[in-house]
Structure formats: C-alpha cells, structure tokens
Design a protein around this ligand. Sequence first.
Ligand code: SF4
Ligand code: SF4
Length: 494
Amino acid sequence: MKNLAENPQRRVLPTLEADGSRRWLTPRLGRGRFLSARRGVAYLLIAIFTLVPFIQIGGKPAILLDVVHRRFTLLGYTFLPTDTLLLALLMVATILSIFFFTALAGRVWCGWMCPQTVYLEFLFRPIERLCMGRAGVGGKQTKPVASWRIGAMYLVFLLCALYLAHTFLSYFVGVHELRHWMLQSPAKHPASFVIVLFVTGAMLFNFCYFREQTCLIACPYGRFQSVLLDRDSLVIRYDEKRGEPRGKAAKTRAIGLPVVARDSTDGSTCGGGTPTPSPAKSAGDCVDCSMCVQVCPTGIDIRDGLQFECIACAQCIDACDAVMDKLGRSRGLIRYSSQSAMAGQSKRILRPRLFVYGLVVSGLITALTVLLVSKKPFDVHIARQGGLPFVLSAEGLVENVMRLNLTNRSDEEKQLTIAVVDSAGTRMAGSDTAVAVKVGEMVQKPIHLLAPRDAFQAGRHSVVVRVSDSKGTFVDRKCQLFGPGTAATLEHAQ
Ligand code: SF4
Ligand code: SF4
C-alpha cells in the first residue's frame, strides 16, 4: 500500500471521503453465532435499561441520579453532597475496573454492552434495513426507495427516540416525576417539556445521523485503548499468516458472494463495480471478498491490523466464518485472539497488570464497603464559627461558638439531641439542645460552649460534643476550645 505522501488521494479515515465529505456507512448484516449471542445480550440489556428506573430497593430507586439536588442513589444507597470520599472511591474503583476488563477482554464493552452499540445495531439499524430494503444494507441500489417508506422509517425513529429520551430522563428525575411531566400540559411545565424535547432531539441526531461518529470522535474510550491493551489482551484479529496472500476474486464469484470493489488506492470498499484483480500467485485463505469490510459498522478493514475504530463487535468474524463455511475451510480466519497468540507465542491470561488492577480495585471496594456499613443514619461535622476565638462571660466562664452541620441520611425525620460529654465542667449555653432534621436535609446549628477558666492548659481545652437520635444512636465529635493563654495560642486561634 502506498503511503499518504506518495498518494494524497488515499482515504485517511474510514468514514471520510478524499474530498472531505462524510462517507455514509450502510453495513450489511453478518449473520452468525456472535450476532445471535449479541442480539440476546442486547435485548436483555434493553429490557434492563427500561425496567431499572421502576425497581425499588428498600423503598428507594435502584438508580436515581438526582443532579439538581446532588443526591445519587445506587442500589438503594443514597450518596449526599458530603460523601466526597465515598464518591471518589466509587469513581476510582469504576475507572480501574474498566482498565482491568479492557486489559483482559479488550473492548468487549463497546461491542456487546455499550448503549450506543446496543440501540444503534439492534433497534435503529434493523428498522432502517426493514424500511429501506436494499438501500439500508449497502451495495448497489437498483431502484429508489418509495418516499412513504422513508417517512415511515423516520416516524418509527421518532417514536424510538421518544422512548429512549423518557427512559434516559427517568434515571435523572425518577419515574414518578416523569409521569407527572407526561400527564400535565407542557404549558404547566415548560422547562421539563424543553428538556424532553432536547433529549429526544439529541437521541434522533445521534442514532439517525451521527451514529458511528460517536464512537470515533466523541467517545474517549477508543482513544485510550492503545494504553489500556497489551499484547495478551483479547482482541479481534485477522490471521495474516493464514490469509495472505489474498486469493483470486474469481473464488468469490464461484461461491456466489456479492463482490464490492475495493478502492484502488486504500483497500477499503467503495460500493459496486468490479473486483480488483488479486495476485495470481499461490493464495492464502482470504479470497478478498471484502465481506468483513462490508459488515463493519465503523467502516474499517480488520485486515489492516488493530485499529482504534474497531469496537470489537465481531461482525467481521461472523461474515468471514460464513465465507469459510461456503469454501469448506476451517473457520477463524478472523477471530478473537491476542497479538501474542497470533505471533505464535504462548497465551498469558494472568499478567502483572491484571494483578495490580485487581488488587487495587479489591482494596477500593473493600474500603468503600467498610465505610458504607459503618455509616450512621446522620452525619455530624463540627467547625469553629467565625469571629473572636472566645469571649469571657459575665460569670467568668470562657465562651466559644462552634457550628454543627447535621445531615439526615435516613428515610425518616430525625429529632437530634446535642450534649457535651467528657466535659471537665464545660456545658452548652441555653436550653435549645434539640434540632429536627428532615430526610436528606442538612441543618447548621450554632452552639455556645461555656468552660471554666481553669479547664484550659496553655490556652486550650478539648471537649466532646455528642449528637444522638431517639433510637440511641449517637455520634461523638471532639473539638478544641480556646481560652486565655499565651499569645501564640491566640495567634493560632485567629
Ligand atoms: S471476509 Fe474473510 S475471506 Fe472475505 S475478505 Fe474478509 S478476511 Fe478475506
Ligand atoms: S473490524 Fe470487525 S470487530 Fe471491529 S468494528 Fe469492524 S466488524 Fe466490528
């Protein structure tokens, strides 16, 4: 193949023509065992995506990402804005899990489970193939598609986009709120109506127009794969030793496969025409039928090696296996393998990087579990109120003002009582020691602590503030009071 400098007309991207215009992909369907398995997984996932917002665990949604109120509920546990550490642990564990599974199984997420692939390949494209007929599966179109079929397709696309937009939004606002939006007049909820319209429009844009460009341009995961994969990761590969040199196109005609001419400059398909003659010398198992390219949803030729555009959908495996079956040759010219295995080296499933990722992820998940289990039904944080570090009261006591932040994590309103324990004569001023905190609410409560002067040593005195609920659960918080002492103490206090 000529390089780009020698041949400026060569296509540089699988979805871009030499003149810079978009190359619209209409991939064929490569039927086979992987398509059947992916279809089963996809419809199961579509059912799960649709049903999860309706599932309740312990009276809470299984998943609710309430961005407006900054409350994220996962599997019945609600993360509050104060749970920065928990959320950070969860995020790092999730990212490292992606690293782990990518190093182990390549882009299996992209090809089998990503909502983009699932909805595009198993909802929108089947509808398109049904409505557009020949025009929806690539190759040469013999007659124009009737306009009513195109109109029907876009109508069904619109209904699918509405369903998807409502499913997507239910993860953020909950099914009850969404039902409320749907049953009310748009005039009563203009903001909600605009959100639904916008998300529906975004779905239509993505699944009708942008399509594979989301994977190629918008998603960062494909770009990272070169650093996430190693030579032993499971990827989809063409067996060059077995397939090359590519055989005569005559073989392709002999088994009755549709032949799409390969671009004379870059080796990718360009639709229609006569096949480019292949070398007449003793051929490998690849008959250069280009079926693996015609079925590829990102338009690449897997025979050019591992490329970031490959979403590991296994369509090329199914297509090539069907060709090999017709030729009476063994399957697997394109298969799941690794770079090492293809080079004839021994397979290594357990590698140091997998152990490192696995250990770190296990450690993070353990830490997260311990923190979640040890969480009390309410959070207590204590901090010094601004202003003077202390004042002397008329009775000669040292008064410090502290601020309590009380958060109710439980599912019921809490009556919390504040007291000073382990006090050495310290007490709270006034009798206002109870505070009511509603579900999920955070309340700030200033408290005035009075301590005798002789309790201070070098200007400091430690006390414990206890907050307890009506069920006997309590949280102790230690805090340091300032009093008359050295100048250094006052400077520190200020
Ligand atoms: S489908 Fe198989 S035989 Fe046909 S071009 Fe691709 S690798 Fe070669
Ligand atoms: S090269 Fe094969 S596995 Fe990769 S995206 Fe194309 S069809 Fe799917």
